[in-house]
Design a protein around this ligand. Structure first.
Ligand code: YSA
Length: 345
């Protein structure tokens, strides 16, 4: 029996050296070490042996088993290495090839318009500041001369925020960037010259030129001796730099409770070039901003003496600028998240 074991070991060792891949190695394992393999069949016969024989053959069989298992592991390691080297040779990596390009994002057209507009005003000496989108009723309406029952509240209906019962102030999503006029003047003394970009919200039906969330840029300049001429000069210069001198600009009287007098500024329609179409409501003009001279009541509320200081302010709808620029005929495209649209800019 001991001889049979030595023969088995020699036989198995030479068969192991002949294996050339992992599949053959597994077949070898089943043949020599498996449940129905050669070694197991020898071990099964141990039961019919004498005690002395069983001890000697059992110990020798375990030793052979241990050695064959060791040899199996070593062979497995070298076969794996060989297979890896062969597969690398087959696939051949060219480390000098350029890598995959990293996909770069880009700025949203509205973000780009905000940056560009702020840069124009910054070059005219305006500071750029931001303010809260969630605002108190006081700053959005009251302090701007729009008390509780004022009809102007109808055109600026908004989304209201629940506040704790003991909080007596009303909270809302700001309908315009104008509340920042008050916050700025509360914090500083004249001269003030600032622009405020940011999101605003309105509870209104959407159409080609109206969204319920859009962006505005507020402008405010307060000092001694500021006139409506300064307002017009500043806005004309802004329009000339942004659109070029061939675009037509129109000023008309308008009403806002926090200015006196009030104006609106419009640019000739980008689709029909003034002839009249669906987009401009057949008027030939698209309104881009409301403006005016800051109302004396508003100045008084922030402790600026209206007999000494005057100022102008404006609120510009940002989305309408890239619409004018690129001939975009529907504002809803900006936030529809269609990459085919956004990748064009
Ligand atoms: C007026 C006088 C000031 O001294 C200062 C600011 C203002 C503007 C005022 N706060 C205001 O919000 N006026 S507005 O309601 O006419 O909006 C200003 C601009 O925002 C519009 O000219 C238009 O370009 C844009 N806008 C208004 N509603 C919009 C909109 N853009 C997209 N969607 C909407 N729903």
């Amino acid at each position: 029996m001991l001889e049979e074991l030595q023969e088995l070991k020699a036989d198995a060792t030479s068969a192991l050296e002949k294996t050339t891949n992992l599949r053959e190695l597994d077949e070898w394992r089943v043949q020599y070490l498996g449940r129905k393999g050669h070694l197991t069949s020898i071990l099964r016969r141990l039961g019919s042996m004498s005690f002395e024989e069983r001890r000697a053959v059992g110990a020798a069989a375990n030793e052979v088993k241990f050695e064959l298992e060791e040899a199996l592991r070593a062979r497995e390691g070298s076969l794996k290495e060989r297979e890896l080297a062969e597969s690398l040779e087959r696939t051949s990596i060219d480390v000098t090839l350029p890598g995959y390009p990293v996909a770069l994002g880009r700025l949203h057209p509205v973000t780009r318009a905000i940056k560009e507009i702020c840069e124009i005003f910054a070059s005219m000496g305006f500071q750029v500041v931001e303010g809260p989108e969630v605002e108190w009723d006081y700053y959005n309406f009251e302090a701007l001369n729009i008390p509780q029952d004022h009809p102007a509240r109808d055109m600026w209906d908004t989304f209201w925020i629940d506040t704790p019962e003991d909080e007596h102030q009303l909270m809302l999503l700001r309908t315009h960037t104008s509340p920042m006029q008050i916050r700025l003047m509360e914090q500083t003394r004249p001269p003030v010259r600032a622009v405020v970009p940011g999101k605003v919200y309105r509870y209104e039906a959407t159409d080609a030129t109206h969204e319920s969330m859009f962006h505005q840029i507020e402008g405010l300049a307060v000092d001694q001796g500021i006139t409506l001429g300064d307002l017009k000069g500043t806005l004309f210069e802004f329009a000339r730099r942004l659109f070029g001198s061939d675009r037509k600009v129109r000023f008309r009287c308008d009403y806002f409770p926090f200015v006196e007098p009030g104006v609106e500024m419009a640019i000739d329609c980008w689709i029909c070039r003034g002839a009249g179409c669906r987009l401009c409501g057949h008027s030939g003009w698209i309104e881009i901003l409301g403006a005016g001279m800051v109302h004396p009541e508003v100045l008084r509320r922030v402790n600026y003496d209206p007999d000494i200081y005057t100022g102008f302010a404006f609120g510009l709808g940002v989305e309408r600028i890239p619409m004018l620029r690129y001939g975009i005929d529907d504002i809803r495209l900006f936030f529809g998240n269609d990459l085919r649209f956004l990748r064009q800019f």
